[in-house]
Each structure stands twice: as C-alpha cells, then as structure tokens.
Design a protein around this ligand. Sequence first.
Ligand SMILES: NC(=O)c1ccc[n+]([C@@H]2O[C@H](COP(=O)([O-])OP(=O)(O)OC[C@H]3O[C@@H](n4cnc5c(N)ncnc54)[C@H](O)[C@@H]3O)[C@@H](O)[C@H]2O)c1
Length: 285
Amino acid sequence: MSITSVGVVGSGIMGTGIAEVAAASGHQVIVRSRSGASAEAVRVGVARSLNRQIERGSRTEAERDEILARISVTTELKDLADVDLVIESVVEDLTVKLELFEELHAVCSEHTILATNTSTLPVVDIGMATGRPGKVCGIHFFNPATAMSLVEIVHPITASDETIAAAFEFARACGKEPVEVEDRAGFVVNALLFPYLNSAVRLLERGVAAKEDIDAAMVGGCGFPMGPFALLDLVGLDTSVAILDALYEEHREPQCAPAPLLRRMVAAGHLGRKSGQGFYEYKRR
Ligand SMILES: NC(=O)c1ccc[n+]([C@@H]2O[C@H](COP(=O)([O-])OP(=O)(O)OC[C@H]3O[C@@H](n4cnc5c(N)ncnc54)[C@H](O)[C@@H]3O)[C@@H](O)[C@H]2O)c1
C-alpha cells in the first residue's frame, strides 16, 4: 500500500522532526499531542526549522508555507482515524506505549499501519497490544530527524511482509535510507552506541578526564561529529536512561547498566538540551 497521510503521536523532539520530514516529502500530516499548547508548539518548531533552512538558502518561503499547510494538529486521537500510517513517538516507556497502541487500534481504520519510533523497546509487545500485530512495526528515525539519513525499519516476528514493504516505501519517500533490523533491544545503532555513551559517563565519574576533554578527544581522535556528552544532551538524558534500562533488561551486559550520574541528573531535571541543562548549559528558545 502507498502512504499519503501520516498521523504522528507525540510532540517532543522526535515527533516534531518526524512531522517536518513527512510533510516536507509531500505527506499530509496530523500531529496529536495531549495538550493544545504542545500540539501548537510542533507547528512553531517546524516553522523555526524551515526558517533556518530559508536563511541557509536551502528552502524558499513558498516551500515553507506549503509544508506548514500540510501539517495540522489535534489533541484527539480519533482525528487520526483515517490516516494510512501512524508513527508513535511518545516517551520511551513501555506501559505508556502499550496503552496508546491499544487505543490506536480501537480508533484507527483497519488499513492503518501503526508504527513506533521506539529506540529500544520490544516492538512485538507493542504489536500484541493491538488486534492487528501484522500491521505493527518500528520506523526508527534518528535525531535530528530532518538531518539524519538512516531509518531502522524494525521487523517484529508478528509483522507482515506487506507492512514492512510499506514502511520501506514510506522511509524512501521521505528521502531516507532504510535498513531492516530485527526486533532486539537497541536494534543496531543504539545497541552499539549506548554502551559507548554510558562508558563515557563512567570515565567522567572516575575522573579520568573533564567532559569537555572527553568530547574533544572523540571529535579530534575518532572524527565523530560531536563528543558523547554533547550527544547525550541532544538525545535527552531521560530518554538515554530509558534506552540503557531497556538494553540492560534484555542483554544483562554491565556496560548497559546506566551510570549512576545519569540517573542523578535526570532526577534533578537536567535532561539535556530540551530542559536547557544537561552536561552543558543551553539557552532556552
Ligand atoms: N531523542 C532521541 O534522540 C531519539 C531518537 C530516536 C528515537 N527516539 C524515541 O522517540 C520517542 C520520543 O522521544 P523524544 O526524544 O521525542 O522525547 P521527548 O521527551 O522530546 O518527547 C516525549 C513526548 O512524549 C509525551 N509524553 C510523555 N508522557 C506521556 C504519556 N504518559 N502519554 C502520552 N505522551 C506522553 C510528551 O508530552 C512528549 O510529547 C521515544 O520512544 C524515544 O526513544 C528518541
């Protein structure tokens, strides 16, 4: 099946980015958030991102207006009833996602594919919470969704080949390079990335080097575009702890047990860029 309309559930970092990517590639997009203010914040966030592209000369004002016109927002899940594809991108918490997918199954048309943007959680469980596990898969975008070319298409054992083919077609239509991955905690990228990020926090805890020096070392020594602390702040420390918890739960590997400092920072509300304070300080916009 070909996907022309997309519902996005969740208005955080990833929901906003996915809404922009889908609308910029010609899809009709409807974003559902729990409050009117945060739903509206998605349109503001997308407009800000498009304005930056205009400043850089990679977009025209007419294109911005067309893209924004394709995005509508709602606080009602039932407004997503007729879309071809829903991409869920709410907090990385299995209980929350299971409840949401049960509701999505109840409100969405039979033909709708239900996808999760989870970073680590078992997609099979999410599928089994619905009455349509054959139509549930993972479509895992990377942050920032507008800039990163990879999309992991997560294939739980319950998903049909048609669902996976439609997810591939959608990701390609968004200008992304999809790869198929099995439904294992962390899939490919986060299974490799998060033990590294967690190890960086442990180095810091042991006083091996300052965070700025660890970041500079990985940029200068490995050619990474940013160091581990800048990346943890970009991902969000609450999301990072949730990812590590899920990796540890499944693999029981010590390097996946969240470093204590990460949990303390989350408890203090130091979530990274999104809260204005993480390993570094950020100006709130
Ligand atoms: N941050 C990243 O780098 C990244 C990258 C890829 C995938 N993801 C995944 O995307 C999803 C969202 O992450 P994010 O970074 O956008 O997080 P975020 O913190 O920016 O946004 C989370 C969203 O979930 C909503 N939410 C919180 N509790 C909820 C509840 N009980 N019911 C319904 N909605 C609720 C919030 O209102 C917000 O809209 C997660 O599954 C995460 O693992 C994150």
